[in-house]
Design a protein around this ligand. Structure first.
Ligand code: FAD
Length: 387
């Protein structure tokens, strides 16, 4: 365990990412029990949540997961490059996926940048430690690509706001304590100008979470309804009517820096299936495509990480960084299926079941965080300035 009290452990590591990465490597090489348990393939989603949460607790208690987050809200300082190094090392040592902690990297940077700091200092350590999870309540049945059409309403009431509406495709809501809800505080016509982001406690009266069972057998997605759910002061993230800025900050992470975290695990999946051997010359082509795509993700998301660490906004270029991991994930899925066509056949074996889940999930990665067409639209209009 690092010596947190004297600063001997975390002072130098906060300033020196390679030294931090080497220390994480050495710790993982000792094969901590919580890591070994989380690295084992587990088909049950609820079980995966449990073992990943255990690993997050140990990573937090050992100090590793606190790097990259400000000290004022429970971190040990440093920047996103620390987090990138930790997730890459975990993947390289055999962790199959970030699972539900993907939302940590999607939501926590925005909570830290725009949330009420007293509230964030309470919730971030519990999020980092795997005690509480967060979900992202943006999409609605009639507001997906056209996010400015959000209808969920937040009306002022004594001591805060009351939220009423319905969110869909809310990842991890079934396992989450909190949901960052985008709700309308302006007029119906106000579009993106009249939205506010609220941190809503999913244990509040009036919240109902219904899991959606996916084709790959997991219950990662859910529908969440809010019936006059009371949200107190200090729970607005960003400004009143400033929810669009919050949503764009989150989506820039989901599209921009997040590629790095995801690609580490895709390399893992690819290397694991290399043991199966190449099935045919056509298989070699699939493997080549997957490796090239991942190399492109690595280069572009690395640029995103460095820009973020230097305090530069990624802007519309994040659309490009979102497209590449989706293509990479589908290319890896194509290769995995080519090496093991039996993946399509039902089995109780956890290893095969997880690989099938990953394959099926790879088919929908071009939708979340903004569909492929919407990213192409952003590139066409905002980068290429096409009419
Ligand atoms: C695995 C997964 C996880 C998700 N997790 C979350 C989550 O945690 N929180 C959350 O809020 N949402 C989440 N979503 C929802 C996701 O953000 C939406 O599905 C996505 O934004 C698309 O919206 P939609 O499903 O309503 O499709 P639509 O917007 O109805 O689009 C349908 C099709 O039409 C195309 N299209 C739409 N408008 C245009 C246009 N103007 N030009 C060209 N083509 C267009 C789209 O590209 C798409 O192919 C998740 C989705 C998936 C698949």
């Amino acid at each position: 365990m690092l010596d947190m009290t004297s600063g001997n452990g975390h002072g130098p590591l906060r300033a020196d990412v390679p030294a931090y990465a080497a220390a994480v490597e050495a710790w993982l090489a000792s094969r901590p029990a919580a890591f070994v348990a989380a690295a084992r393939p587990v088909a049950s989603y609820a079980r995966r949540v449990a073992v990943t949460s255990d690993l997050m607790r140990v990573l937090f208690d050992e100090g590793w997961a606190r790097y990259g987050w400000p000290e004022a809200v429970g971190g040990l300082g440093g920047d996103i490059l620390h987090r990138a190094a930790m997730w890459e090392a975990l993947a390289r040592h055999g962790l199959p996926a970030m699972a539900l902690f993907e939302h940590l990297e999607i939501l926590a940077p925005t909570l830290v940048a725009m949330g009420d700091q007293e509230f964030v200092a309470q919730v971030l350590p519990r999020f980092l430690r795997g005690e509480e999870r967060w979900s992202q309540g943006f999409s609605e049945p009639d507001a997906g690509s056209d996010l400015a059409s959000v209808r969920t309403r937040a009306v002022p009431v004594e001591g805060g706001h009351a939220i009423t509406g319905r969110k869909i495709w809310t990842s991890w809501a079934r396992y989450a304590t909190w949901c960052l809800v985008l709700a309308r505080t302006g007029t119906t016509q106000s579009r993106h100008r009249g939205l506010t982001a609220f941190a809503v406690d999913l244990r509040s009266p009036g919240v109902e979470v219904r899991a959606i069972e996916q084709a790959n057998g997991t219950d990662e997605l859910a529908e969440v309804t809010f019936d006059e759910v009371h949200v107190g002061p200090g729970r607005i993230v960003g400004e009143l009517d400033g929810g669009w800025r919050v949503a764009m900050h989150i989506l820039a992470h989901e599209r921009g820096t997040f590629g790095w975290f995801r690609h580490s695990f895709l390399y893992r999946q690819l290397f694991d299936s290399l043991a199966e051997g190449s099935p045919s010359p056509a298989g070699d082509t699939l493997l080549g495509d997957a490796l090239l795509d991942l190399a492109a993700v690595r280069a572009s998301s690395h640029a995103g990480l460095r820009a973020h660490a230097a305090g530069t906004a990624l802007g519309p270029a994040a659309a490009f960084v979102k497209l590449l991991p989706a293509a990479g994930e589908q290319a890896v899925g194509d290769w995995v299926l080519a090496t093991d066509p039996d993946l399509a056949v039902g089995t109780q074996d956890d290893d095969v079941a997880v690989r099938r889940q990953d394959y099926l999930f790879s088919r929908i990665v071009s939708v979340y965080g903004g569909s492929r067409q919407m990213q192409l639209d952003t590139i066409a209009k905002q980068i290429l300035r096409l009419p």
